[in-house]
Design a protein around this ligand. Structure first.
Ligand code: ARG
Length: 614
């Protein structure tokens, strides 16, 4: 549905799917070659090229090289500079990428690229549906374990974070060409289900849908919660019930049909609730990707047998355990990973080990990611180490826990309601939408949006705000849930980025008949145009970096920076009334178009929508 304003739609289609090397990458190559020309033994040396405020780029690689060569760094830098092709210079051979090189400080190279090179690069990006972003040359298979709420339990803010972060990582990896398998490792197994099912057998109408409650996610959750509390109370007070519940667990794990059917009712009821939260969150959870703990039940016995036979696990005090030299409790005693409990039951660890066998052995994944709360760090450390010893994780496989921090209240303590209860996710999202709607209403009324548009914007801005606040924080850090800050128009927020996008769209709506977006590489660029252009050119490099380190906050900060560069450009460079004539209007519209597409693509990768009118 995106309207592309380019000079020739046909050529655009014809040249689609062409990846574009960034100017930074091209310079990297040129400086490498110049280093090697100046010092033949320096072939392959890293030029240490960075974006810089003084010129466009700075190469710091000469310093280290001079040290190794025992040469004067400034002299060497001058030699390297002379070996670089500069526009119009001798030996440039028509290569006009570099406009100027200058030696500065102790031996840095300041490099300015030509305006023509910037515009040409962006034109090549604009001609590609993927904005010139390359696909991975050797894609692998990555399993992402995220969005893993627990059956019959209320979701909490940790599940929100896992879902939002996991969704962004999945999208970013897939966009880069990686084969991604999504896994929602929901908590749908364990002793508590013996208790729940037994209770349901004895109180068969407990989960019935009464008329006054309706079929909302919230109603489902309240039925489940009621059952959970009632069965728990009975379990604690009634020894005979406790015994019946224990026997029921055995029936469940053995696959007794009646027991399994009742267990399934809890799962189904919970899915109604999960769905309602995910619909609000605007995150797609596909049923085939939900492989909960129960999905590995058939592997548990074998997993433990294999661990026992190989000696990786040993029996200790009646439990099957794996020990680690470097993991000890406060008392100095070793803390084992328990794979089979004294009562013969299997726990969380046995399931995760089985899941690893499945993901590497059957799914042939070469990367396993776990987007899970930082409090489970020790668990994953022990599970990965165990899997390595057992040979289920080989050197060819990377397994990483991507731990995220805690969501805090304004008091700096874990986020709770005033009454000290955990916050209902749906309430939290509703409140974000409400606040966002109030913020977008004012401007919306000014630009004549209908009530429907204001409502739709409120949802996209409110949900975007919650996601962006989460994604713009580096993963491991705790952050304060502060809705006022999250929906603020000024600051590092999604709505700021969304406004920048809407502004580009409004320019196109105002553009006259003959005013189109066309790149004009022959036109000189103003400072704000160059800064914007260079940043746009770095989109692909940024995505590759994000996909390599699994840090979505780098994409968020790229987009925020892009939005602010666009704002400066918009303030300093009139678009439709540019005084350089029609070609300059076209070129500025072209910059607006590439900005719009980059913002929209980037926000989409973060799971955030971009309203057309805001
Ligand atoms: N259901 C768990 C929880 O709510 C998270 C599951 C994480 N994934 C895993 N493979 N252990 O804490």
């Amino acid at each position: 549905d995106h309207v592309l304003h380019t000079h020739d739609p046909d050529t655009r289609n014809g040249t689609s799917m062409a990846s574009v090397a960034s100017l930074s990458a091209s310079l990297q190559q040129r400086v490498s070659a110049a280093l090697a020309a100046a010092v033949p033994s320096a072939t392959g040396a890293d030029p240490l090229l960075r974006r810089s405020d003084r010129a466009d780029f700075q190469a710091n690689g000469v310093l280290g090289l001079a040290k190794r060569q025992k040469a004067d760094p400034r002299v060497l830098a001058a030699e390297v500079a002379a070996a670089l092709p500069t526009a119009g210079g001798a030996g440039a051979d028509g290569d006009d990428t570099i406009a100027a090189v200058e030696v500065s400080g102790p031996g840095f190279l300041n490099i300015t690229v030509s305006d023509a090179a910037i515009t040409r690069n962006l034109a090549a990006r604009a001609a590609d549906d993927r904005l010139g972003v390359p696909l991975k040359e050797h894609p692998g298979t990555t399993v992402v374990d995220y969005a893993q709420p627990n059956v019959a339990k209320e979701m909490h803010v940790g599940h929100l974070r896992s879902s939002v972060i996991g969704d962004a990582i999945v999208k970013i990896l897939e966009f880069g060409g990686e084969q991604v398998v999504r896994r929602h490792h929901i908590g749908d197994w364990g002793t508590q289900f013996g208790m729940l099912v037994q209770y349901l057998i004895e109180h068969p109408h407990e989960l019935d849908h009464s008329e006054d409650e309706g079929d909302t996610g919230e109603a489902s959750m309240s039925r489940l919660d009621r059952t959970y509390k009632a069965s728990g109370a009975l379990f604690r007070s009634d020894e005979a019930f406790k015994e019946r519940a224990r026997r029921r667990v055995v029936d469940l794990q053995a696959g007794d049909p009646e027991t399994v059917a009742l267990w399934q009712r809890f799962v189904d009821e919970s899915k109604i609730y999960f769905d309602s939260v995910y619909r609000k969150l605007d995150i797609e959870i596909r049923d085939e990707d939900i492989v909960g703990e129960s999905g590995y039940n058939d592997m548990l016995v074998e997993t433990c047998d294999l661990l026992e036979k190989s000696g990786v696990a040993v029996w200790s005090n009646g439990a099957l355990c794996v020990f680690f030299d470097d993991i000890k409790g406060k008392d100095g005693e070793p803390v084992p990973l328990i794979v089979r409990k004294t009562d013969g039951g299997f726990g969380y660890a046995a399931t995760d080990l089985s899941a690893i066998r499945n993901r590497t052995g059957d799914l042939h994944a070469d990367t396993l990611l776990y987007v899970v709360d930082v409090r489970q760090s020790l668990h994953f450390r022990m599970v990965f180490e165990t899997a390595r010893r057992a040979g289920w994780l080989t050197d060819e496989v990377t397994a990483r826990h991507l731990p995220f921090g805690t969501l805090l209240g304004k008091d700096g303590k874990p986020f709770k309601t005033r009454a000290g209860e955990s916050v209902k996710l749906e309430d939290l999202l509703d409140e974000a939408v409400q606040r966002a709607t109030a913020v977008v209403r004012e401007k919306g009324e000014k630009i004549g949006l209908t009530e429907e548009e204001i409502t739709a914007n409120g949802v996209q801005v409110g949900i975007g705000a919650v996601k962006y606040a989460d994604l713009s924080t580096s993963l491991g850090r705790d952050y304060v849930f502060d809705l006022d800050r999250m929906v603020s128009l000024n600051g590092d927020t999604s709505v700021y980025v969304q406004y920048a996008y809407a502004r580009t769209r409004s320019i196109f709506r105002k553009a006259g008949e003959g005013q189109r977006a066309v790149a004009h590489p022959e036109l000189p660029l103003e400072a704000a145009e160059r800064a914007l252009g260079l940043h746009l050119d770095a989109f692909g490099d940024t995505l590759a970096e994000v996909a390599g380190v699994y840090e979505p906050h780098r994409l968020a900060s790229y987009l925020f920076h892009l939005a602010s560069l666009f704002t400066t450009f918009y303030e300093q460079c009139p678009v439709l009334t540019a005084d350089g004539g029609p070609a300059q209007v076209e070129n500025r519209l072209f910059l607006c178009d590439v900005t719009a597409r980059t913002l929209r693509q980037g926000l989409w990768l973060l799971g955030i929508r971009a309203p057309e009118r805001l």
